[in-house]
Design a binder for this molecule. Structure first.
Ligand SMILES: Nc1nc2c(ncn2[C@@H]2O[C@H](COP(=O)(O)OP(=O)(O)OP(=O)(O)O)[C@@H](O)[C@H]2O)c(=O)[nH]1
Length: 382
């Protein structure tokens, strides 16, 4: 897996300055960086800042988040397959929204080869204090870049005084209390700390303010085919903090997978005519805690099977479902743990599942799960 850092921040805040220093640091550690630069306008002036031995692709004339996704995808694929590197640094334009940028970077075609290590937002200290002078939409975007960052780099601190800086830091904490905030001049920061920490936040640093990561992504590999109705039910059940899902899903009825897209409540299905890996990329806040399609399917059947058991609705991981069904199979409350009792309980649950009023696909899915748990338990000493 290759590490990816997204460098975000307003025009002129110091992203290129940060990029150049980040490259220097990575090289000093024997790591090979590659760069994707997105610039507005047809000429890539900033790319001159990157030395010739670093693989570089430029996304010119348009912002990463609104230029055609295929074009960006092609650039990333090109760098991925033609160049050798360990860390990919992506400098976005000041006009890019972090969610939209992540969206184009994490194509389901190659998302399994990248690990998003951090969204670094560079802030021009002086300009931030003058943010109220910006047009409303520009200011809103500015604040979004701050809100979604894993690390906030307050740059150009030489241009503000101590009081202004304190006010600025206070406001930034209000806007994003999960990001680490680093003060800098000419984007000189401790890259060692930045890169050694989880998701670009220095968890070992005592002064760290944040607790929980915000915007992030997750890659779910799909082991089964899934009926369309179930996928639709799953996405409708998700919290608003899931902004985007995209990837390939195999329907039980078709030869090849469908390209599936979800954003802000809307879904789209497009048939593919080739075999592709069935996996989904999810982008959103606290995305690790969102139940997968697999968990959702099993959980909704479990809710039918045991109506009124409140804890089931809270399950978000497969492990929780496994623990629950293991306890049921072993019938810990009333029966001694013997193989005979385990078999009897399995049959009982199977019968109940077959009598449920739900799709045969979902029943099959659950029966597979149940039989896996039965095998697991029967190999243990009971
Ligand atoms: N005074 C001061 N100037 C800085 C600092 N960091 C960067 N600059 C200057 O600010 C200007 C913009 O820096 P860049 O690194 O090009 O900023 P950018 O965010 O890449 O700019 P765009 O690509 O236009 O969005 C340059 O002239 C830098 O030399 C700093 O800490 N203090």
């Amino acid at each position: 897996m290759k590490s990816v850092y997204l460098l975000s921040g307003f025009l002129g805040s110091g992203k290129t300055t940060l990029l150049v220093k980040f490259i220097e640091y990575l090289k000093s550690k024997g790591l090979r960086p590659a760069v994707i630069m997105n610039e507005l306008g047809a000429l890539g002036f900033d790319s001159d800042a990157v030395e010739g031995d670093v693989p570089l692709r430029e996304l010119l004339d348009g912002c990463i988040c609104c230029s055609p996704a295929e074009k960006t995808e092609a650039q990333i694929q090109q760098i991925l397959y033609q160049e050798e590197f360990d860390v990919l640094l992506i400098e976005t334009t000041g006009a890019a929204h972090p969610v939209a940028s992540l969206d184009v970077i994490l194509s389901p075609l190659f998302a399994d080869q990248f690990e998003l290590k951090g969204i670094l937002t560079v802030i021009d200290a002086k300009r931030f204090l003058q943010r109220d002078a910006l047009p409303i939409q520009t200011k809103a975007l500015y604040l979004e870049q701050i809100r979604h960052a894993h690390t906030l780099i307050v740059n150009k601190t030489d241009l503000v005084d101590r009081d202004e800086l304190s006010e600025l830091l206070f406001t930034l904490q209000q806007l994003n209390n999960s990001a680490e905030i680093i003060e800098a001049q000419h984007a000189s920061i401790d890259f060692e700390k930045l890169t050694s920490s989880r998701k670009g936040t220095a968890s070992h640093q005592p002064t760290r303010i944040g607790k929980e990561l915000r915007l992030g992504s997750r890659l779910d590999t799909l082991e089964h085919s899934y009926p369309q109705y179930l996928v639709e039910e799953w996405v409708q059940s998700l919290p608003d903090s899931v902004y985007r899902i995209k990837g390939y899903i195999q329907l039980p009825s078709t030869t090849h997978p469908h390209l599936f897209q979800y954003s802000y409540g809307m879904t789209q299905w497009m048939p593919e005519d080739v075999k592709v890996k069935t996996q989904l990329v999810l982008i959103g806040e606290s995305i690790k805690t969102v139940p997968s399609l697999d968990t959702f399917s099993l959980r909704s059947l479990l809710e039918l099977l045991y109506p009124g058991r409140e804890r089931i609705a809270e399950f978000t991981t497969r492990t929780e479902l496994e623990q629950f069904i293991d306890e049921e199979l072993l019938d810990v409350r009333t029966h001694p743990r013997t193989r005979l009792n385990l078999e009897a309980k399995l049959l009982q649950i199977e019968e109940k599942i077959q009598a449920l009023d739900c799709s045969s696909w979902q029943q099959m899915h659950f029966l597979d799960f149940l039989s896996m748990r039965y095998k697991h338990l029967s190999t243990q000493s009971i």
